[in-house]
Design a protein around this ligand. Sequence first.
Ligand SMILES: C[S@@+](CC[C@H](N)C(=O)[O-])C[C@H]1O[C@@H](n2cnc3c(N)ncnc32)[C@H](O)[C@@H]1O
Length: 490
Amino acid sequence: MSEPAFVQQLNFHARDASNESAALQAALSLGLFSHLPESGSGEPVPLDALARRVGGSLRGVRAVVEPMVALGFVHLETGRGYSLPATTAAFLRDAAFTARLHEARRWWHPSAKLPEAVRTGATPEGNVLGWFREQFLSPRAPAPSPEAADFEDRLARNVLRTQALVTAGELGVLDRLVKGPAPLEDLARDVSAQPEALGVLLGVLATMGLTKQEGDAWGFSEAAGRALDAQSLPYFQRALPATMAYWEAFGHLDEAVREQKFRLDLRDPETARRIYQENASRISSIFASHLRLSRKAADLVRGMRSLAGARVLDVGTGSGVWGAAFGLADANSHVTYLDSPHVLDAVRPHLAKLKLEARSRLWAGDCLSVDYGEAEYDVILLPQIIPALPPSELPGFFARLARALRPGGLLLISGYLLTDRRDGPLDALYFALRRYVSNEGDVLSLPEFRALLTPVGLTAARGFDMPIQQVVVAHRGDVPWPATATATAA
Ligand SMILES: C[S@@+](CC[C@H](N)C(=O)[O-])C[C@H]1O[C@@H](n2cnc3c(N)ncnc32)[C@H](O)[C@@H]1O
């Protein structure tokens, strides 16, 4: 496997693989598939009817079914509804196979005990090591078709792959392997693990292409050795605690869809405070690489209008990395950084380091209730904040922001953008699923943004590709579009 492909897969296993398993397991537990006809043999089921049949909320059922469409396990006929491709319908009729899928669901919560199992060799929650051994290291009965094998792998094993990485990170196994290969007994002593249990973990990591055994020594595979060193490992490992913050909630995704009960509820002020503070400090630690991205967006805006003396507002600023890019883009710009008070503490050191303090204002407040005034700003930034806000608040929020924009003003929204059919990209759908399971906002498509922006007078809106993320730029039709940048959609 090439190095970029290996790194991409590793990042998928650290972030999204468990989200994918959660979506598939919830779809199974909700009986979502059993309410859909086989394509061509019955009327496709529209989303509202599917939600009724499943007994879940529209938003919840949509969050679960959209990745199924992107993965090809469910078929979406635009304007009509959902049905099952013949391949999916066939393997779901196989009772022995679906029993295996249901058995896998039982292991979501026990699998989070893997670190303890590797340390001690056993856990009271059942034979967690035995389950990992069975899923990765023992011969298995074949699945009824290649599509079924793929479905089972994503549903049952992706979650375990994430947990294997989390365990390797938590026990210091990855830090130890960076130093070079060693016999199992020595590794076990160095990371305070039970040798046989550590052997299972290393074996699972080997099936993921991360480790290899030579003689009695275990070490990184060549690809892992190239991708992970003392410098890149901390960056990679930083994703793992964030993944674990959602673990419990994802184990109850079906319950959230049916009962609107959220185990991780970011509308609870204390929980929001904890998670956003962690988020701001995590983003702070990768400020420099983030700043390269936000400066590209500032360049895009500067290609549309001058930023000389511009007044800029950064809403939901986090580490301040987006506002700072606009502070740096012109020596006379002035930036207001808006977020809750405890998050703003993370902004100050960056502004000091970049010598932007004199042209900055820190504004502590709730972006849904503060008064933005009228014709106050030339540029308003909404970086990654829309998915944090309740969708029902968005029309009023955009109306207040549009009022606060000066003539020739620009609104810039950054983050994930879904396809017009909301059937991809997959990583954006998994990001949206995390927002759903923590009772946050939604990820939108360009037509959905236009439906919110046009009524408030921001009649011109386009999406632009940036490295990693996308941006939507909107205005009143009074600013020329840049000649060079490539728009994602017309
Ligand atoms: C995902 S972070 C994005 C941070 C930053 N803009 C970035 O792109 O790196 C979302 C930010 O929005 C803030 N936020 C969420 N709800 C908010 C609200 N109602 N008022 C003000 N800030 C809010 C959070 O504190 C958090 O810092």
